[in-house]
Ligand binder design. Sequence first.
Ligand code: 2M8
Length: 414
Amino acid sequence: MSLTQKAIDILTKNDRGGYTIPTSGLYPYQWNWDSAFVALGIATYDFTRAWSEITTLIEGQWPDGMIPSIIFRSDDPDYFPGPSRWGNTLGPIPSTGISQPPVLATVVRTLTDNATAQDKARRAEVYDALYASHKWFHEARTVAGIVTTVHPWETGRDNCPEWNIGLDGMTVAPDLAPYTRMDNKHSDPKFRPSQEQYDKFLTIVQFGQSVGWDQRRLTDEGPFLMADPNIHFVLLRADKDLRAMAVDLGKPTDEIDGWIDKGEAATDYLWNDDLGAFTARDVRTGQFSGGFSNCSALCFYADSGTPEQRAKTLENMERIAARVDYMLPSWDPDAADFEPQRYWCGPLWPQMNYMTALGLSEQGENAMAERVRADLCRAIEQSGFWECFNPVTGEGCVSSQFSWTAAVWLSWQH
Ligand code: 2M8
């Protein structure tokens, strides 16, 4: 069977009726940015079904505009933390109380870019929801002009060592309610976040509950507050795509223009001059994380940063490309805490390679774009549709039969 057919079969098997789960067992619900990437893949063979991936995600949007990271349409005892642990969240469907990198507007623009009447109708159908979700990031999560994050899960890069400086600055709640992890029952614990990290992740959830999921309080008073190049660059790119759709639909663009100006100015805040790279930063202390990650090069995807910053970013990529066989590792192979098999501490991630390669090729950096694209394809050909891959050996890590891996493969075959 061809890999393309296998990819379609995975997405069909992970379909739960209008939305797709990332993989059965470990992730039994609808995840925010997973669904956006999945829509790109399904659109290569069934546009109507791809569109429902987007509209079902928007069904979970909160009245304040936030699109949550996970929508719980059921209560699966096999997943933790499920709806009861998140408590009384504020959306129309039980959900988490945090968001995820907002790739959705970019995906919608990509899927409706043929300027047909139907494309325009589709844009009009979801535009207000997308707008509200961006406004939420700019209002509820912004501190002094910088978009922030309150939880490593919100960044989508759960245990990346970038978060250690923020996590080291917090303590586990002394009254943290006891719990049993389920993730380690579905995958090898050596691939997953540590127990201490999980305790801190749940401490933040407990804090969110204690303030009734008031998002402004979670940002201003919560135990963790960092700026993430992933959320920053994804949002900046998405703001630009939202603006293009606003123009197409004859909507005002003033407020979006303000968001874009603010975003361009904030890019510099994430520039770690010692490393010559965009890295995460603790907003309360100003401290930078110490390594090049797989979102450091998203400056190309957002078309942001100075020529010097871009040149240094590429130099770092050349350095890393000489250290691993499969670009782009999620953490710097020259950092002490690089672990090629542990989740966001080293493995390469399909959706990150997709965005990085797209940005590089849009900005004319074709050789590196091709390396990033071809390395993921080689890993898939060698090992199958895994959640992520060891960048040294190309072996699959954590879960197989993974939706966004299948989706990225399909989107690249067209
Ligand atoms: C991972 O995150 C979840 C929590 O949201 C987990 O580890 O349990 C991350 O890789 C995240 O980026 C992804 O969206 C999610 C589902 O694939 O899994």
